[in-house]
Design a protein around this ligand. Sequence first.
Ligand code: UDP
Ligand code: GLC
Length: 384
Amino acid sequence: MKILFLDQSGQPGGAELCLIDIAKPYQQTCLVGLFADGSFRTLLEENHIPVRVFTTQPISVHKESSLVQGLASIQQLVPLIAKVTRTASKYDLIYANTQKALIVGAVASFLSRRPLVYHLHDILSPEHFSHINRRIAVTAANRFASLVIANSQASKVAFVQAGGRADITKVVYNGFHPAKYQTEESVVTEIREQLGMNGKFIVGHFSRLAPWKGQHVLIEAIAQCPPQVTGILVGDALFGEQEYVQKLHQLVTALHLENRVKFLGFRADIPQLMAACDLIAHTSTSPEPFGRVIVEAMLCGKPVVAASSGGVVELVEHGINGFLVTPGQPQQLAQLIATCLQDSDATTKIGDRARITASQRFDIANINQQIAQLLQAVVHSTAR
Ligand code: UDP
Ligand code: GLC
């Protein structure tokens, strides 16, 4: 099957990292078309997945866009749609991985008469998107997509609540390679030494720096923990959230945590860094659609404490294979960290169970098989 994947981002967010794993089995025949250039392109090239940057002009539709801004951006879209349509005619199927890719893909699907699949990585709720953006996404998906793949039940429910068609929507979780999350003990020791955190209780946070990812919640929690609790914040502002980055640094200074909280920036060695942590925290203050970092922590056999909202509750069973806390409550998080610090045996067991559950539920081989079956059904039914 020849697939034209479309993604608006040049940066490797979770949706883009997920796409690498989905596109890989099709690398001989597929193309990934991007609407921006950046390190995501390099990652695709390193994975030997054919990639083309269709435009480097930013499309000015934002999560909170108004109708007027939306209409103004149509002018920008016309040449892009023309290029994508010409390319799509050489493929069997268009696979849109982001919202702007959905809009462009929808028109290209209509013009090239190729079926459209939309991989929904977002919770289309008022907390995350403006009314007009939700309407555009739902209308395009309902009218043009043969299949919507939602990354969690929570994303599906929000899509349907926003008017999306339940009958074309299937939930498929992100897949992972469990073997990538095994780290040698010697590497762990080396990382802890490099961090200067030997003998400390390290809480790791692995997310792009953005207000709704809630890194401030962890910093505030660490301030309320015993002094041996330290934190590493792994990730960078991928989509222009520089003001938030500054605020985080100011918060660390104001709380006198300079020696206890380290910012490591964007890193490619996530499994190794996670292995060096005692606990991994997820602190999103708005509902997380899926939360790759949570599954990655589980695959590393690490206890994870996650903000209980959105798709997260489909991943973690509190007290069984991880912990759930109320989003945006640093005090509750601090208490949970203190409990893990005290009861390391129970916490280790939870990490062990997490590794087993996650390896079974999120194995990339099974997930890719589910996706292949869904895509084949789309191509067969539209070929008739
Ligand atoms: N990640 C990474 N390097 C970093 C920080 C994060 O490679 O420095 C990865 C992380 O391992 C995860 C992804 O970025 O696979 C983030 O996905 P998630 O679903 O957690 O959140 P998103 O950013 O997509 O909302
Ligand atoms: C999006 C979501 C994140 C999800 C990822 C992969 O970036 O914000 O929750 O894990 O897509 O589906």
